[in-house]
Structure formats: structure tokens, C-alpha cells
Design a protein around this ligand. Structure first.
Ligand code: GLY
Length: 559
């Protein structure tokens, strides 16, 4: 045992050392990658004001809500994966939307039990109770250093002063123009007499600025109670929705342990349920970890990747849902022996049709929604956040006077067993609608760490999010950096439909011919999909790097 004097001496030394050198020193600079240059700028502005990565995350999230309204917003939700450098603590803030308390299992079925697809996508009945405002309040209060009044300032400025709309915004507006035109509140903000505004037109959102100010002044109560809550509820109910004040008052962010696993020495942390992202990603990687992919030709590598995705997405459909409501065998799905069992049925010389796993189902439409940003600050704190309002411009409904575009995330529930959602995903009882339940997601904010390189990454892209992440992890495993991960040619398989989907250039003609000989079917997606945002810190060289997907118009910078 130490004598009192020795103990005191040791304590003094420890305190002195930790005061001079942080326990885990950071990179000394900051890296931010987001889907919009103004959002990236907002993050740096808040860091300059003394904020850390978590304050910057509040600023970037809120800025994206204003300048990329097609992808996310105060009327939506998401997952914020955090790493606090001083103690290595990692947590996922689950700000996913919840089904209203008046929701019920068959709410999107007609009297004959047929699914009415538009009801879960368009208009007020499609909206879950938003989680983004509550998450920003929690992020600022518990992890940040600055009050919301400071970190929301850039977003308020963009909403008041306006910003020039780009071609991507116009393309997504065109995709949802008809539905937006049907809601006077949404049409008034986003269209010009029902028509598309020209590229470069300035979009001001004064009502949204007021709502952001109330959040800045009063925290979560500025959104979930008082005037904003009253306007949201009366607007939703007048438009046929089922929200109540109780829904808003009861909304809570849940702090969850991220899903964690290993792939060939790389530590992976990713989104926990109610996102399927982390589990599907790690299950597919667990299957692939039984192979030395680097020793195989590219066709075999892609074939095995597809076979791993097929099995992981099959389990997604069978087992995954909100774990607060349903028992999910997470441990089994991520178990090495379970993966070995799945691997034993994979052949290198042919595919295994999805019908051999379960019955076939009809084909799917496509998804282009959501947003992601990645941050590492000078101290080494990290945020990977993927946020959504589901379809581009969500439900296309704005509650009058709020400027808040509501999500259509209710479509992510399995409305009827066997019915595909807007992303062609199927699901079962685990993801059935229930009051207060969170709908299953694919959003997958992710951290990678191989001991030398720390990566923060994620992307929008509906059901294809997880396969994009998988391809990026495999690219990271080959030693490449962020520019390469965000640019990797993309292909995808999600069990149903039983086709390899690929973006233009995602597979070569030779690969298609060879994979076809193994029994695979194909569907070329008409556009290059995804919008990955990634940052990396190489601890050995103490270099930060950042990259924004060349398919999007985002900005990644180190300062
Ligand atoms: N709304 C799409 C997702 O959460 O995966």
C-alpha cells in the first residue's frame, strides 16, 4: 500500500501530467464533410466560436434542414453517432421518428386489407413524430459547449436571408412536384405558382427561421410544447393526420450503445436498432471475414459480396424492428458461428437465388433521400450523423405557420407482411406499426478504426445505404483513403428483388458477363446513387483528410 505522502506526490504528478498533455491528444485541426457547402461552413463557424464537434454537429444538422430541405429537417429524425475523445465514450443518439399514439397496424390498408401506398408517403398521415429538434437540444446540452442560441445561428441566418438553390434541389423538387403542389403550405415555400423555381433562385424560409429561433430560445420545449407544438398538431389534424400534443410532449431521444464488431482487425462502430444499418453491415462483413478477398479476382470478390448482402438483407426482413417493442436476436445475427453457417451455403461457382431463402416478392421503385455529415474536431471528438425525412421533401406537407416540412417515415414500417416499402424493402411482424414504435431504418453512420486510421463516414441512399458502406469498408481495408471510399463504383443486392442493382459504371461489361454466368440477374439504376461524406484521421502522420461524394454537391474540408 502507498504511504500518504507518496500517494499525494503521485496524485500531484498525475494531475500535472494530465493538465499538460490531454490523455488522448487529437489531430489539432478540424475536418467536416457534408452534403452542402453552407452546412460545412456553418460547422466551421461554430468551431471558430469555441464549439467542439458536437456543437458543430448541431450547426451542420440545422443548416442542412434549411439548405437541403429535400434530405432532412426539423420535421424528421436520424442517428447521431458520437465519439468523445477524452474518455473514448461512444454513443448513438437515436432521434428516429416514432409512430403517433393513435397509429395502428392496419392504418394504411383499405377495407379489403389492400395496402394504399400513397397514404404512407404523401401528406400529414405519413408523418412520424419528429426526433431531430429533441436530438439537437440534447446534443448541445449534454455534449456541446455552446448554447443552441449560438449553434443554431447559421441555420437561422440561412433561413432568413435565403440561399441559392442548385440543380440537385431542382431535380428532387421535380420528382415530388405534384405532391408538393397539392399542399398549399409546401407549394408556397418550394414552388413558384406551382412551377419549379429557376436554378440560382433565392429560397427564404421566414417561418422556419421563427421555429428555429424558438428552439434556440427554449430548447426542446420550443418545438415540442407551446406555440410550435400547437401549430404542428392543428395543421396535421386539419390535413387528415393523427398527431396529438401528447405525442410531441412524450417524444424522447434514446441514447443507445452502437453496434460494434471487427473485420480483419478493423474496429467498426455503427448504428444500432431501430436502424438495421449496423447489424446488416456487420453481419455481411462477418460472412466476408471468412475469405481473403484480396487473394481473389474481382468477379469472385463481387460475387461473394453480393451473396453476403443477400443473406444479411434476408435476416433484416425476417428479424429486425424496434428492439424496444420486439425481441431481436442481435447476438446470434452477429455471431461468428452463425456467419460460418451462412458462409457454408455460399458457392464460388454459382449464385443462390433469394427464393431459396424465402418466397419471392414483387419489384421495387428507387430511393434518393436523406443526408449525412462527418466531423472530427481538433481534439479528436467525432460525429457521424445520418438524418432523414424519408422521401425527397418528406411527406411534402408543411404545417401552416411553422415552415417545417414533415417526414413520411411511416412508410419505413412494414405496413402489411410481404408488401414492399418505397425502397423495395420487405419486412415482417418485427417492423409492424404500433403506437409509439420507431420504424426500422437503414441509416448507418459509421466509425472505423484500425489502430492507425480513424474514419467517420456515412451516406444517404435508402436501402442501398448499407451496401455503399460495405463497399467503403472493403476499400478502407485495402488501405485507401476518403477520396477513394466516396468514389467506389457501386453495386447492391438486398435479397428482394433478386437482382444485382448497379449504378452506371458500377460493374464493367466483363464483370456483368462473368457474374451472369454464375446465375446473377442485373438491373442498372438510371443514375449514380449515394452522397457519401467521409473524414479520416491518420494517427501516425497526424493528418486529417476529408472527401465529399463526387455524385453530390457537398463540401469536405480540413481547417
Ligand atoms: N427513411 C429511410 C431510412 O431510414 O432508412
Amino acid at each position: 500500500m502507498l504511504k500518504p505522502l507518496q500517494t499525494l506526490f503521485t496524485l500531484i504528478i498525475l494531475v500535472a501530467v494530465s493538465a499538460c498533455t490531454p490523455l488522448r491528444p487529437g489531430p489539432g485541426h478540424n475536418a467536416i464533410a457534408s452534403a452542402h457547402p453552407l452546412a460545412t461552413e456553418a460547422g466551421f463557424a461554430i468551431i471558430k466560436k469555441g464549439g467542439n464537434a458536437f456543437d458543430a454537429a448541431v450547426a451542420v444538422s440545422a443548416a442542412l434542414a434549411v439548405v437541403e430541405p429535400a434530405g432532412s429537417g426539423l420535421g424528421g429524425g436520424g442517428f447521431w453517432l458520437l465519439h468523445r475523445q477524452e474518455d473514448g465514450y461512444q454513443v448513438m443518439l437515436d432521434g428516429r421518428e416514432k409512430a403517433p399514439l393513435a397509429a395502428h397496424r392496419d392504418m394504411y390498408l383499405d377495407a379489403e386489407g389492400n395496402f394504399i401506398p400513397d397514404r404512407s408517403k404523401d401528406g400529414a398521415l405519413a408523418a412520424g413524430i419528429p426526433g431531430t429538434p429533441a436530438t439537437l437540444a440534447l446534443l448541445a446540452e449534454k455534449y456541446g459547449r455552446l448554447p443552441l442560441a449560438v449553434s443554431l445561428q447559421p441555420a437561422i441566418h440561412y433561413a432568413e436571408q435565403g440561399f441559392a438553390i442548385d440543380e440537385r434541389h431542382r431535380r428532387l423538387l421535380r420528382f415530388r412536384q405534384q405532391v408538393l403542389a397539392a399542399d398549399p403550405g409546401a407549394a408556397d415555400i418550394f414552388l413558384e405558382n406551382g412551377a419549379l423555381p429557376r436554378r440560382g433562385a433565392i429560397l427564404k424560409q421566414p417561418d422556419l427561421a421563427k421555429t428555429l429561433k424558438k428552439l434556440a430560445e427554449s430548447g426542446r420545449g420550443g418545438f415540442y410544447a407551446g406555440d410550435t407544438a400547437a401549430r404542428l398538431v392543428s395543421g396535421v389534424q386539419a390535413a387528415g393526420g393523427i398527431w396529438t400534443l401528447q405525442d410531441l410532449a412524450q417524444y424522447r431521444v434514446v441514447e443507445r450503445r452502437p453496434v460494434q464488431g471487427q473485420y480483419h482487425g478493423i474496429r467498426i462502430s455503427s448504428a444500432a436498432l431501430p436502424s438495421s444499418g449496423g447489424i446488416v453491415l456487420l453481419e455481411a462483413l462477418q460472412i466476408l471475414s471468412g475469405y481473403d478477398l484480396s487473394a481473389l479476382d474481382t468477379v469472385s470478390r463481387k460475387h461473394l459480396t453480393v451473396e453476403a448482402l443477400r443473406r444479411a438483407y434476408h435476416d433484416r426482413a425476417l428479424y429486425l424492428g424496434d428492439s424496444d417493442f420486439t425481441e431481436v436476436p442481435v447476438q446470434r445475427l452477429l455471431d461468428a458461428d452463425y456467419a460460418a453457417g451462412l458462409r457454408s451455403a455460399i458457392r464460388l461457382d454459382r449464385n443462390l437465388p433469394s427464393t431459396y431463402l424465402s418466397d419471392d416478392l414483387p419489384d421495387d421503385p428507387e430511393g434518393r433521400h436523406t443526408t449525412h455529415f462527418s466531423i472530427i474536431d481538433s481534439e479528436g471528438n467525432r460525429v457521424a450523423a445520418t438524418m432523414s425525412i424519408n422521401f425527397p421533401f418528406g411527406s411534402a406537407f408543411v404545417a401552416p405557420g411553422t415552415g417545417v416540412l414533415l417526414n413520411d417515415e411511416m412508410d419505413d414500417f412494414a405496413s402489411r407482411a410481404g408488401v414492399l416499402n418505397g425502397y423495395g424493402l420487405t419486412g415482417g411482424d418485427a417492423n409492424a406499426i404500433a403506437p409509439g414504435k420507431r420504424m426500422l431504418s437503414s441509416m448507418s453512420p459509421t466509425f472505423l478504426d484500425d489502430g492507425e486510421r480513424v474514419a467517420v463516414l456515412g451516406t444517404p441512399g435508402g436501402s442501398r445505404i448499407i451496401s455503399m458502406l460495405l463497399l467503403a469498408v472493403l476499400d478502407y481495408a485495402e488501405g485507401h483513403g476518403p477520396e477513394s471510399w466516396v468514389s467506389v463504383p457501386r453495386f447492391h443486392h438486398q435479397y428482394i428483388p433478386d437482382v444485382i442493382q448497379y449504378e452506371p459504371g458500377g460493374l464493367t461489361a466483363e464483370e456483368i458477363e462473368q457474374l451472369g454466368k454464375l446465375g446473377h440477374q442485373f438491373r442498372e439504376v438510371s443514375y449514380r446513387y449515394g452522397n457519401m461524406q467521409a473524414v479520416q484521421w491518420n494517427r501516425s502522420s497526424n493528418q486529417l483528410s476529408a472527401a465529399s461524394d463526387p455524385r453530390g454537391l457537398g463540401r469536405a474540408e480540413v481547417r
